[in-house]
Ligand binder design. Structure first.
Ligand SMILES: *Cc1c(COP(=O)(O)O)cnc(C)c1O
Length: 375
């Protein structure tokens, strides 16, 4: 990923679509003979669903998951007809007909959503596809055990609905030794017996690495496609996807005792060269990185000093020779070596939040076909 000129924006975000596709191929090979979907909710974890979706479709991906109906409506026209877009939250109450009209497949998470979808199908005089989600122990979305028992007693509950998959979601898949994984698996297998016979989808990124028993017919990775380590603490098999470079706006030398930034939280212990970079918490550069984050020029680590402001950060570049950094120099904030997981650890969060916070003010470059395509 080469440096690039960034003129109008304060920072350059380079997104490697080829790496995303390679990551999808790696996961698909790992779950084979099961199929592998792509979760592209939240604008493909902040990376741009409008670019990521078609790139993955071209690589052969046929199953896409978004969270919201509106996300599905925006994505559907960009994908080939053979691809299916599933809406994890299902249709909002009253918007079921819109969901059907846009050719989107809802995840039905409650009896109420099942009944509403069946009503739309009957009104249209046709069968409609859906995924049915059961709660296997996370207590977030999906049919509860009592709801499931009630449904089973009603032989017409799934009239007019083609159940494409039975689904559930793991709460602790990123902790392979956690007993909740096996407990959820057993609960899911039992719940499937109570539902119309259908293929199953269970594993997210981390779930794929729990073993073949978790793969069923379709895996649903998101984060790992975008380079997040699927098994924390283990070597990361995924290719890195993002590079973020912030532009230096000003350089200055401060005397010992000078305070830098809001609340004067950092005071120079000696004369220091400080640069101001055009990235702040409004760009998703988390304020919790104050005093903990770093920028890099090549392999030289340059510590953030003072608070992260809304639009700027301040960096101590005293480690570099004078003149090595001038206004316009790009400093690395996320790289393949200093990746979302590493920055997340410093910020006290997870790689998912670093990605989904990435700002809208960045100039975005997409790499595909091993070349840079302007965003
Ligand atoms: C977000 C989400 C996924 C993808 O999870 P990752 O951990 O990013 O792989 C899969 N399934 C459901 C239901 C989700 O909400």
């Amino acid at each position: 990923m080469q440096a690039s000129t960034v003129h109008s924006a304060g920072a350059l975000l380079t997104i490697d679509l080829d790496a995303i596709c390679d990551n999808w191929r790696l996961l698909r090979a790992k779950v084979g003979p099961a199929d592998c979907a792509a979760v592209v909710k939240a604008d493909a974890y902040g990376l741009g669903a409008q670019r990521v979706g078609p790139a993955l479709a071209a690589a052969g991906c046929r199953h896409f998951f978004v969270a919201h109906l509106a996300e599905g409506m925006a994505l559907r026209p960009l994908l080939p007809a053979q691809a299916t877009v599933y809406v994890l939250h299902g249709a909002p109450l009253g918007a079921e007909a819109e969901c059907a009209a846009h050719g989107l497949v809802p995840v039905l998470n409650s009896r109420q959503q099942i009944d509403a979808w069946r009503g739309v199908a009957r009104g249209l005089g046709q069968r409609l596809p859906a995924i049915v989600q059961v709660d296997s122990g996370m207590a977030r979305l999906g049919l509860s055990a009592p709801e499931l028992a009630q449904l089973t007693a009603d032989s017409s509950a799934f009239d007019s609905i083609d159940v494409a998959y039975v689904m559930s979601h793991l709460a602790c898949a990123d902790e392979p030794q956690h007993p909740a994984n096996a407990a959820q698996l057993a609960s899911f297998v039992a719940a499937r017996r109570l539902l119309p016979a259908a293929p199953a989808t269970f594993a997210n990124s981390s779930g794929i690495f729990l073993g073949a028993a978790y793969h069923f017919e379709l895996a649903r990775p998101g984060a790992a496609l975008y380079g997040v380590a699927p098994v924390p603490g283990q070597p990361n098999p995924m290719r890195p996807v993002v590079r973020l470079q912030g532009k230096v706006m000003q350089t200055r030398t401060v005397e010992a005792g000078a305070a830098v930034g809001y609340s004067a939280s950092w005071v120079a212990p000696q004369a220091s060269r400080i640069v101001t970079v055009s990235v702040g918490y409004a760009d998703g550069y988390l304020r919790s990185l104050s005093g903990r984050g770093s920028a890099w020029l090549g392999e030289v680590e340059l510590p953030l000093v003072g608070r992260v402001s809304m639009d700027t950060i301040t960096v101590d570049v005293s480690a570099l020779p004078e003149g090595a950094i001038v206004p316009g120099t790009l400093l690395d904030l996320l790289t393949p070596q200093h990746n979302v997981d590493a920055v997340a650890a410093r910020a006290g969060t997870i790689g998912y939040e670093i990605l989904t916070s990435l700002g809208s003010r960045y100039e975005r470059h997409y790499l595909s076909g091993r070349s840079a395509a302007p965003g």
